[in-house]
Each structure stands twice: as C-alpha cells, then as structure tokens.
Design a protein around this ligand. Structure first.
Ligand code: ADP
Ligand code: ZN
Length: 599
C-alpha cells in the first residue's frame, strides 16, 4: 500500500513538473489578439506562422514569439500570409500530445480513485476480525523461541524483580499453582519513567517462563474509527487464549486507560469503548489460566480507577530510576559484549550519571563504542565514556531532570535534615533509606520504616513527625540562609500543616480547644482555616483559636527541629557528603553517620 501511494506521489510530481515546464514556455510567448496579428502581417512584421487549427503561433523578425487565436475560421488568412511572404508551417495531429493531454485531464480523477481505494483497504484491515486481518494489525507477537531476555539482563531494579518473580512460577505451571490455591493477579501495572526497563522486565518474565509475549502499545488502540480499538482488543485476547500461557504487554496504557470522561468536551467514545473492552476481557479471565496482562505507564495518576480495582491491575510494581549501584550494574550488563579497556571504572561512570535511566545507560555504552570505533580503537576506553556522557548530557532534553551540582548539594542538605531530626526526636520511625536520586517530582526522598502498622499515633509521635517534616527546609535555611531556601519544601509544609490541623480539630490534642471534633468532611485537606471560618458551626472566636493553636503547635516543633540541627551541624555536613558520594544511603550507614563517623 505504501508503494502504491508512493507511485501516485511520484506521478503527481512528474506531471506537475511538466505542467510547470509548459507554463514557463508559455511565458515566453506573448499572447496577442487576432487584429494585432493581422496588422502585423500587413506591416510585414511576421516571419513565420505555425498553425494548429485555430491556434496560431508566430514569430517576428526579432525572433519574438507570439500566439493568437482565430475567432472564426478565417478563409482568407492563407492568402494574406502568402501575399506577405510569411513562412507557413503546418502541424500533423500529434498522437502523443493527445495522450498526454488526456492524462493531464484525467489525473485528478485517477488520484481520487487511488485515495478512495487506499482508505477502503485501510478500513477493511481495521474492521475485519478474522485471523488474517489480525496479522496486519500493529500487534507484534514474539514466539517463545524469540524471547531470550532473562532476569540477568535486567539490572538495578531488584525490588521490582523480586515482586514479579512468582509470576514466572505461575506461568510455568499454571495448573499446579492453581491446585495449591495460589492466587495470581490478572494484571500487573508497571509504573515508572520511560526507559527504566518496564518492557525489558516484562519480556524477562516471558523469557524466564518460556511463554509467548504479545506486545502492543496503548496508542495502537486509539484509532480514527469508533469500535476499531475495541475490536482489536478482542482480537488480541482471542489470540492470547489460543497461545496461553502467555503474557500480554500493553505499553503506554494511559493512552487508552485515562480517566473516563476527563476529556473536555464530554469524553472520547473510541477510547472509552476500548477501555471498556479491556475491562470486559480482564473480568472474563476467570476460566483462562495462564494469561497475565502487564501494562506499563509513567502516569498512574491519570488512569481510570476502574483499571486499578481488585481483579484487574491490582498489583503495581514501581520501576524507578536506578541509583548509583543500580546504574553500575546496568552498565555492566550492557558492557558484557563490548571489549572494554582495563582503565574503565563503571562505578565512576555510574556516579557521574545521576538521573540516567537504563535506556540512557544503554545508549551511553553504545555511543562510547561508536567513539572508539571512529578512532579505530580495539577497546573502549574511559575517555570514550566521558565523551559519550558529555554528548548525551549536553545534547539531550533530559538535562532538566539531571541535577546540577548545586541542586544536588541543596537536596543532600534537605534530605539529611529530615533524617537527622527524624533520628533524634522521640518516638519516630527509623529511617530506612535516603536518596537524592530524583524521583517523579521530588528531588530526593527520605523513607522511614514504620515498625508496625500503627494506626493510632500518640501526640508525641505526631509532634515528632512535624519536627521531622520541617527538618529538610531548616537544614537548607541553616546552611544557605533564610533568603535562599528553595521551594522544595512545599509538600513537607503541606503535610505538616495538615497534621497539625488534624491534631487540633479532630484528635483532641489541644488543651485550649479540648477533645472536640471541630471539623466535618474536610478529608482532602487542601484548604483549611479559610473554610473553617466560613463553617457555620464554628464561631469566629473558635476559628481564630484553632488558627492560633495550629500555629503554636507548628512553631514549637519547628524550633525543636532547628535546635536539633544546630546542635548536630557536623553530622549534617557528613551526611550531605555521604549522600553526594553514594546518592542513596541505607539504615546502617545512617547509624554510622549518627555516631559521628565519616563515610
Ligand atoms: P521502558 O519500557 O521502561 O520505557 P525499556 O524496557 O523499553 O524501557 O528499556 C529500553 C532499553 O533500555 C532496554 O532494551 C535495555 O537495553 C535498557 N534498559 C532499561 N532498563 C534496564 C535495566 N534495568 N537493566 C538493563 N538494561 C536496561
Ligand atoms: Zn523534604
């Protein structure tokens, strides 16, 4: 089909060229009226005349060309021409010319017919639902032999790998698994930024289990014609049932799985139907052991909640950007088949590439090989990696995601602030790990490890949380001065304020207000004191008292955090250095740092 279109395009161009050529020629010929022609003959100005029926082309003695048209058949013209010694040239009727003019006049019709045929075939391909048309849809199917990817090829996301490992056992022997009462998710949602290896991990599951891998992209479903996407979904699942056990992998599920009705203008019929079809197929899995649907997205927030309901994509695996250790391992995986010179230190490369995804690192290795090949080297050297890194970092759009040294330092202080306060306030969860690898919108993350699933928190524990939340911003303030504090603490402030508000208005932790519930259905917590003041149940006096209590609670804990950080400024420096060096530090390293060690 592509060939066909191409042919028409070329023909079109060809004809356009000819037409333009003719026009250019015409430009040199001056058109005059018949009277001018006659008077020119009388004045003996015409040297030669070519006559094509009623058209006459003539040349004067200056070799200028003219054309004219006989208004009626002038029988005396020949006589006049002969009388004035004009050379008369006749033209035989030209066959080729007629063909050509026919072609020109028919061309638009041909073009229309061509386009019409093209679209008819397109529609047939899409709507037809038999097995032959399925082959033509964009789904690619890899048979079990083709998938050679295993877990060994996926590096640096051990947690995600652990989470999907049981799927392999299930796919290998679905019946046995079922007999033992194993409950297997029908759908797994892989969440993570692009290039972090979601597709790779899904393939590795298929590779390890030796099952078919059916892959398609969410955008394949978004078609012009309503109903086509849904038909395609039906096709894919139909095929998968024949192939089971197998994995269906849907990349960019957010292209179809967006929150229904969230589009302005009332929603998109086609996408809605496609999504509904996916849900229907998933719900019909019950009797079909051995099919696992894996979908990937980097926007879980826009997904329709129906997709995340139990029995659908209820298992979620987060595949985040790798930290320095992960990058080290990924680099090693990709260097396996590349001749590497002995001066290459993967750890140093890993340190210098914060924010790189697995795909970026794979690209980095590839670029380095190209640099080495261009220089006719037998091995790839460290210098090649440096050059490749510069090329990628400076030349690519991802630079905004990759932090500058300044940002990195600021983030390191901020996260260290959270950690130190968190470790030194009473009754607070221990820190699990802390990282300055950017994740989503956050530049760094401090993860606390709750010791048990406590639902009831004491007043002391809550106050400790508030102090800890301010630790990040305070560390920045102490180091850089109050005027240079970044906006990175917005979320911290929001969470802390909500905690304090709940303590005062819901949980009865304020002596002045007593154990009363002052607020109803304010769950989202996005607006607080203002809506309180307008709440008719609360007097203005009470509202201002609530404000005051929240403020004093926060101030008390803010000051406590400040004192803790100032008293432990040396630990703050050491932890910042450790974070810049390792990017992620774990509980035992934090323990060492808290005891005054330098890492
Ligand atoms: P995603 O589906 O998350 O966008 P892909 O799985 O398509 O990313 O990754 C693209 C390529 O990047 C892979 O083919 C692989 O070469 C490389 N890659 C990504 N993540 C990893 C990883 N964790 N380990 C090894 N290679 C990786
Ligand atoms: Zn913070």
């Amino acid at each position: 089909m592509v060939k066909n279109v191409f042919f028409w395009l070329i023909l079109f161009f060809f004809l356009m060229c000819i037409l333009i050529g003719l026009n250019l020629n015409n430009d040199l010929i001056h058109e005059v009226n018949y009277t001018t022609f006659l008077s020119a003959i009388h004045k003996h100005e015409v040297r030669k005349a070519r006559i094509y029926g009623k058209y006459i082309y003539f040349v004067n003695f200056m070799h200028k060309k003219y054309s004219t048209y006989m208004p009626f058949y002038d029988h005396q013209l020949l006589h006049k021409l002969l009388l004035n010694h004009v050379i008369i040239v006749g033209m035989p009727p030209q066959k080729s010319n007629i063909l050509f003019s026919m072609l020109v006049s028919w061309f638009p019709t041909f073009l229309l017919i061509g386009v019409w045929f093209y679209f008819m075939r397109q529609v047939k391909n899409n709507v037809g639902r038999n097995s032959t048309s399925f082959g033509k849809s964009k789904t690619r199917i890899f048979s079990e032999k083709k998938i050679k990817v295993t877990f060994k090829d996926v590096a640096g996301c051990d947690e995600a790998k652990e989470e999907v490992r049981e799927l392999v056992d299930y796919l290998k022997t679905p019946k046995k698994f079922k007999k033992l009462g194993g409950k297997i998710p029908k759908g797994v949602l892989m969440i993570g930024p692009p290039g972090t290896g979601k597709t790779l991990l899904a393939k590795a599951i298929a590779g390890e289990a030796g099952v078919s891998f059916i892959t398609l992209s969410g955008s394949d479903f978004v078609e012009m014609f309503v109903g086509v996407g849904a038909a395609r979904v039906r096709d894919v699942f139909h095929y998968a049932r024949k192939k089971s056990p197998c994995i269906i992998f849907i990349d960019e599920i957010d292209a179809v799985g967006r929150h229904r009705g969230s589009m302005f203008g009332g929603g998109n019929d086609e996408r809605e139907q496609t999504l509904n079809q996916i849900l229907v197929e998933m719900d019909g899995f019950e009797g079909n052991p051995g099919i696992i649907l894996i979908a990937a997205t980097n926007r879980p927030d826009v997904l329709d909640p129906a997709l995340l309901r139990p029995g659908r994509f209820d298992r979620q695996v987060v595949v985040s950007l790798p930290d320095v250790q992960g990058r080290n391992q990924i680099l090693k995986v990709h260097m396996k088949n590349v001749p590497i010179s002995s001066d290459v230190n993967t750890m140093i490369i890993a340190r210098g590439t914060p924010g790189f995804s697995g795909a970026d690192l794979s690209n980095l290795v590839n670029e380095s090989v190209l640099f080495a090949a261009r220089a006719n080297q037998k091995e790839v050297s460290m210098l090649d990696f440096e050059k490749a890194k510069d090329k990628i970092m400076i030349g690519s759009e991802r630079r905004s995601m990759i932090m500058t040294e300044q940002q990195k330092e600021c983030t390191a202080y901020h996260e260290s602030g959270h950690v130190i306060v968190g470790q030194l306030v009473p009754n607070h969860d221990p820190v699990h790990k802390v990282t300055i690898v950017p994740r989503g919108r956050a530049l760094g993350v401090t993860l606390f490890l709750p010791e048990s699933d406590v639902i009831n928190l004491s007043k002391e524990a809550l106050e400790s949380q508030i102090s800890t939340l301010y630790g990040g911003r305070l560390a920045e303030e102490i180091i850089y001065g109050a005027s240079k504090v970044s906006t990175g603490a917005m979320n911290d402030i929001k969470v802390a304020t909500n905690l304090a508000r709940n303590m005062v208005t819901k949980w009865g932790f304020s002596d002045k207000l007593g154990p009363l519930l002052y607020e109803t259905n304010q769950e989202d917590g996005s607006s607080f004191t203002h809506s309180l003041s307008t709440n008719s149940h609360i007097s203005e006096f009470t509202a201002s008292l609530i404000d005051k209590e929240i403020k004093s609670l926060i101030e008390k804990n803010y000051c406590r955090a400040k004192k803790i950080l100032k008293d432990n400024i040396n630990i703050l420096y050491a932890m910042k250095d450790a974070l810049i060096k390792y990017e992620t530090i774990n509980a035992s390293q934090i323990h060492d740092l808290m005891n005054g060690k330098i890492l």
